[in-house]
Design a protein around this ligand. Structure first.
Ligand code: CUK
Ligand code: CUA
Length: 763
């Protein structure tokens, strides 16, 4: 114990003196390194474009779907350094997601028919927009397997809400937002009856199976989707795929492509050709053109019907009200992407070699003139392809998704079969450049490439296969995100990043400067509801109560102890432990777990979290802090004692340690020496304009908080010393030193920060 303390102090002192690493000066030249590592000039150029020096930050932040992991992966561009995994549809232990009661409540919103689903197949993240530009406030992502959509607040990068689509059985085409995030768009993929749990045989596909597109109403102030104000279009069973909202001249409209407009039903087992043949037999499918603004009014006017309690606009109503039109699109298309100016809609043909560029103006002219080439079997007017097309551009094999550049008219389209990115001009209709990627690219993504103001600079190719790109790790390969420089006429491949968490179909990138996440919560916040947590307490208010078989603990965490340090319950008790992190300093997170009870919480500064479990096994269970938070982190623990029925104490008093007067005096001297260090740090901090640095202010507040806890302890240890109780005298003096060490630690951190960030002397 004494040794550990000494080491802790010397660490603190070393930081104060400002010891710097004095690495031996390298005599190697750049040329030497290129030779030794077998790198070319081209490699060096690529490295210079991606390398983010230590201590520097990335220009863009990417939110990638985590694929089958059901999570979101956050990484920086151009460094491609992974910054975070956000728990969304799947429990994530580090963040306590699914292991504490508050986050479980979010995951529980995703139950379907009362069933807990602990995974998701995430495909498309979308950042909230204001006037068509990314605003960095919210992120949405879908679950294709179980038709759900999640809301993540970018103030803390936490999942706040999961909504289950009430009428679909799968959901591929989400999430896409309208220009002011009025709605989050989500399209069904595999047709099914819209009524819950209704059975119809496949023979009734055309009559009873339906597709659809849902418009989830988003309340930006609350940061939540409002299901009762949301609505869906009932659509033919055309396998609606991806969507994109109009912008500028096309604002108020949205576009959803589809495939398998054949409405084919496969049946290998019955000798019928499989879906892949029957769903791609015809040359065209349908682009769905929808007026969502008008649709919202139609719903308000009560013209929607309710299916499973959800507003659904029947096909005939949509036709009658002029909300829904179709345009043929070639052939088994996949992507649909509105240009930044909102004038064109680009569709990738998947089995066609063209990108088809539709003109919104032409589509509107056809609608106004009532010029339709036909009606589909459900009575929806079909606009002739020729009447809607601006241009078709031959790009290559398997065009899928399109993204935009900051340069006018420049687009990038993924060519799945060719394993290439095509750079092309959608105004003039010509190819500008092509670059091979590795291998079989699905989506691609430019910086802010979905917005009205793409930032250009970089493009990420989200490849479906990695094959031979990385050191082999068994038959299941990592996914490969390839970073490409698009700032010049010719594209340059810069970097391969393996992603080992699932298949990320899509990603979105935003300028890092637009993100302003907090570093701490208002003390006592339930981060999942953004409201005060009813279990929050301040220092000194900690308590444990037992009512019947329910034990409730209101506890706190601060370096380096958990209050309380003992929790006694009877076997069979229902235990709820509320924990508030009283820290304010940045990154002072504490974790909490109880041995073998499968609970875990991550409690960031200010947060309050509850864990709940049934103490169904008698015995002794240590609980402890799981984040290395301070030099005395390992001591941040306590015991849960689960007493058997009818247990009676057999021994009174805890075992005594052996301490002498000399120990006590040594500790008192240590306290005095440490106080001198603290005084010098305080003198420095208060001599500069520290109040201009909010992070430092928080650290200083925390530091004084820690020091404030020493109040009364001097009298206490002196009283014990007077009684010659050297153990209690020594340990209470030692406790003063504990608070001093934390004060000094924070103070020195503040001092370093001030020195590095140009604090100025004040008079
Ligand atoms: S999808 Cu996978 S490559 Cu789900 Cu947008 Cu196109
Ligand atoms: Cu708190 Cu470790």
């Amino acid at each position: 114990m004494i040794n550990t303390s000494k080491r802790a102090l010397s660490l603190v002192l070393a930081a104060g003196i400002g010891l710097t690493a004095t690495a031996a000066l390298s005599t190697e030249t750049l040329q030497d390194v290129l030779k030794r590592r077998n790198l070319s000039q081209q490699d060096l150029l690529a490295a210079a474009k991606t390398y983010v020096p230590t201590g520097k930050r990335d220009e863009f932040v990417t939110f990638s779907s985590g694929g089958q992991s059901g999570q979101v992966i956050v990484y920086g561009v151009p460094s491609m350094r992974i910054l975070k995994y956000i728990g969304v549809f799947t429990p994530e232990p580090w963040q306590g997601y699914g292991y504490d009661a508050n986050s479980k409540a979010v995951l529980d919103q995703g139950k379907i028919d009362g069933k807990t689903i602990t995974w998701g197949d995430t495909h498309h993240p979308a950042i909230s927009e204001t006037n068509g530009e990314y605003d960095g406030q919210f992120l949405f992502i879908n679950d294709k397997a179980n038709p759900r959509l999640a809301v993540i607040d970018l103030r803390d990068f936490e999942t706040k809400q999961i909504v289950v689509n009430p009428i679909y059985k799968s959901e591929h085409g989400g999430a896409f937002v309208t220009t002011n995030t009025e709605y989050v768009i989500e399209a069904a993929q595999y047709p099914a009856p819209l009524e819950n749990k209704k059975f119809y045989p496949l023979e009734e596909m055309n009559e009873k199976y339906r597709g659809g597109v849902t418009y989830w109403k988003f309340d930006r102030k609350e940061g939540r989707i409002v299901p009762k104000d949301s609505f869906s279009f009932e659509l033919p069973p055309y396998w609606q795929d991806l969507s994109d909202a109009g912008k500028g001249p096309s604002e108020g409209w949205a576009f959803t492509n589809s495939f398998c407009a054949e409405r084919y039903v496969g049946g290998i087992e019955k000798g019928r050709p499989p879906y892949e043949a029957g769903c791609s037999a015809k040359d065209t499918d349908y682009l769905h053109v929808m007026n969502w603004k008008k649709a919202a009014e139609v719903v308000k006017a009560g013209k929607a019907k309710k299916i499973n309690g959800h507003n659904v606009i029947p096909i005939d109503v949509a036709v009658k009200e002029g909300l829904l039109f179709l345009v043929p699109e070639p052939k088994s298309p996949h992507g649909v992407d509105v240009t930044p100016d909102g004038k064109y809609i680009v569709v990738g043909g998947k089995l066609d070699t063209h990108a088809s560029v539709y003109s919104f103006e032409k589509i509107q002219a056809a609608i106004k003139a009532g010029k339709f080439e036909s009606k589909d079997p459900y009575g929806i007017p079909v606009i002739g392809m020729k009447d809607a097309l601006h241009v078709q551009v031959p790009l290559g094999l398997g065009p899928l998704h399109t993204q935009y550049d900051s340069k006018a008219c420049v687009a990038y389209t993924s060519l799945y079969v060719d394993s290439q990115v095509a750079k092309w001009d959608y105004c003039a209709g010509k190819v500008l450049d092509k670059l091979s990627v590795h291998y079989n690219i699905g989506h691609l993504m430019t910086m802010e490439g979905d917005s009205t103001k793409p930032a250009g600079k970089y493009l990420v190719a989200l490849n479906k296969l990695a094959i031979d790109r990385f050191v082999p790790v068994g038959p299941l390969h990592p996914q490969n995100h390839q970073l490409i420089d698009i700032s010049n006429d010719k594209m340059q491949l810069l970097y391969d990043m393996p992603l080992p968490l699932g298949e990320p179909h899509y990603a979105v990138s935003i300028a890092a400067s637009k993100l302003k996440p907090g570093v701490r919560y208002k003390v006592g916040t339930d981060s999942r509801t953004d409201k005060p947590h009813p279990g929050a307490v301040r220092a000194g208010e900690e308590r444990t109560e037992k009512k019947g078989n329910k034990v409730t603990v209101w506890g706190t965490l601060i370096r380096s102890h958990i209050t309380p340090e003992t929790i006694e319950v009877d076997v069979g008790d229902e235990v709820t432990i509320h924990l508030t992190n009283l820290e304010r300093a940045q990154d002072e997170t504490h974790g909490f777990t109880v041995s073998t009870y499968n609970v875990h919480a991550s409690i960031e500064p200010g947060k309050t979290v509850s864990v709940k479990f049934k103490a169904d096994k008698e015995g002794v269970y240590p609980y402890y802090c799981t984040e290395f938070c301070s030099a005395l982190h390992l001591e941040m623990m306590g015991y849960l004692l689960v007493k058997p029925k009818g247990w009676k104490p057999t021994k009174v008093g805890l075992a005594k340690g052996t301490y002498t007067e000399a120990d006590y005096k040594a500790t008192v001297k240590k306290v005095a020496d440490t106080q001198a260090i603290i005084d010098s740090v305080v003198a420095y901090i208060t001599s500069v304009n520290y109040k201009d640095f909010p992070d430092v202010v928080a650290m200083v507040e925390d530091a004084f908080d820690q020091l404030g806890k020493t109040k009364g302890l001097k009298e206490k240890h002196e009283a014990f010393a007077a009684k010659k109780d050297w153990e209690q005298a020594n340990l209470w003096a030692e406790q003063i030193w504990q608070y001093q060490v934390k004060t000094a630690d924070l103070g020195l951190r503040a001092k370093t920060y001030l020195e590095q960030n140009g604090a100025k002397k004040i008079k």
